[in-house]
Write a protein that binds this ligand. Structure first.
Ligand code: NAD
Ligand code: MG
Length: 298
């Protein structure tokens, strides 16, 4: 079989990885192995030509892989991230520009409404339009029990993961035209729950319900709203989770039916699919599971 037809699941990195840990939000450049985001075997087809996308958490992980595929499909992209992640964001910009489109960097803390409004306005100013919103930024920190979830932590998780989705969607809808798409990153934890992630899982369940509801409201405007629920993915999120020890990071994804985490490049095509009218014009209000064979969620 030609090399580029070999199943990726046979080739992607498998645990054990090296023991490692970072302080949140972590940097992709410090991960070993480096996450795969280039999707070399993906064949672009100019599906998003001339469009403009805003991707939160686009500096690293899933968001970076989505930014690059959107660029390869012809879209200009704006990415939001925390200021401390500037070096990762620059690497995303280099990859996007090499694919031939523009990349606007918007550092800021999206757990505040002003930063969300600002991100949307700056994107529209730069590109003259906004066609795709990918609400993908998240805060995640494992706790041993509910007693360890402070009010402050609960607020941070909800403000970062759920409120920002609401604030960004509300602002984006001031500009979006027919044919636009909103895509939220959910999680398998939002479908099945997760023992050490009560606040995080609750935000993901809320994201799913919000996605379905907004989808119904926007059908008449010709704007589709969908979610993606990943299983474990090799990104800075878990290696920088203060509740996950370095030895657990080394085994990350081992429990998944495929025995490994996904690489970001295995998530990104689903985000192209959901953004592209050519692919998914009859799909709205759905949450697509990209979970490596985990079927418990239905
Ligand atoms: P990641 O760390 O690369 O991306 C998360 C990004 O969120 C960070 O890069 C950061 O820029 C951004 N962020 C966090 N707090 C922010 C804030 N206050 N303001 C602005 N930006 C902020 O990790 P990832 O795994 O690619 O995460 C992307 C999405 O995927 C998240 O929604 C996450 O919940 C979801 N997800 C990840 C996994 C996994 O195993 N990695 C599994 C299921 C779902
Ligand atoms: Mg990051």
């Amino acid at each position: 079989m030609p090399n580029d037809l070999v199943s990726p699941s046979l080739e992607q990195p498998r645990p054990p990885f090296g023991e490692q840990h970072q302080r949140a939000p972590g940097l992709e450049s410090a991960l070993d192995p480096r996450p795969r985001y280039r999707a070399d075997r993906y064949r672009a087809a100019r599906k998003l030509e001339g469009k403009a996308a805003l991707i939160t958490g686009g500096d690293s992980g899933i968001g970076r892989a989505v930014a690059l595929l959107y660029a390869r499909e012809g879209a200009n992209v704006a990415i939001c991230y925390l200021p401390i992640e500037q070096s990762d964001a620059k690497e995303t910009r280099t990859a996007v520009e090499a694919a031939g489109t523009k990349c606007l960097l918007i550092p800021g803390d999206l757990s505040h409404v002003g930063a969300c409004d600002d991100a949307v306005e700056r994107t529209v100013e730069a590109f003259g339009r906004l066609d795709i919103l990918v609400a993908n930024a998240a805060h995640q920190r494992r706790k041993k029990s509910l007693a360890d979830v402070s009010d402050e932590e609960f607020d941070t998780t909800f403000k970062t993961n759920m409120y920002s989705y609401f604030w960004l969607a509300r602002a984006a809808l001031r500009h979006m035209q027919r044919g636009s798409a909103i895509i939220a990153t959910s999680s398998e934890t939002g479908i099945m729950g997760s023992k050490e992630l009560p606040d995080y899982s609750a935000t993901k369940g809320a994201i799913n319900a919000f996605t379905k509801t907004l989808a119904l409201e926007l059908i008449d405007r010709g704007i589709r709203v969908n979610g993606v629920a990943p299983g474990p993915v090799w990104t800075p999120l878990n290696p920088s989770d203060a509740g996950l020890s370095p030895d657990k990071v080394a085994k990350f994804g081992e429990d998944n039916p495929m025995g490994r985490p996904a690489q970001p490049e295995e998530l990104a095509p689903t985000y192209v699919f959901l953004a592209s009218e050519a692919d998914s014009s009859y799909i709205t209000g759905t949450v697509i599971q990209v979970m490596g064979g985990e079927t418990t969620g239905g």
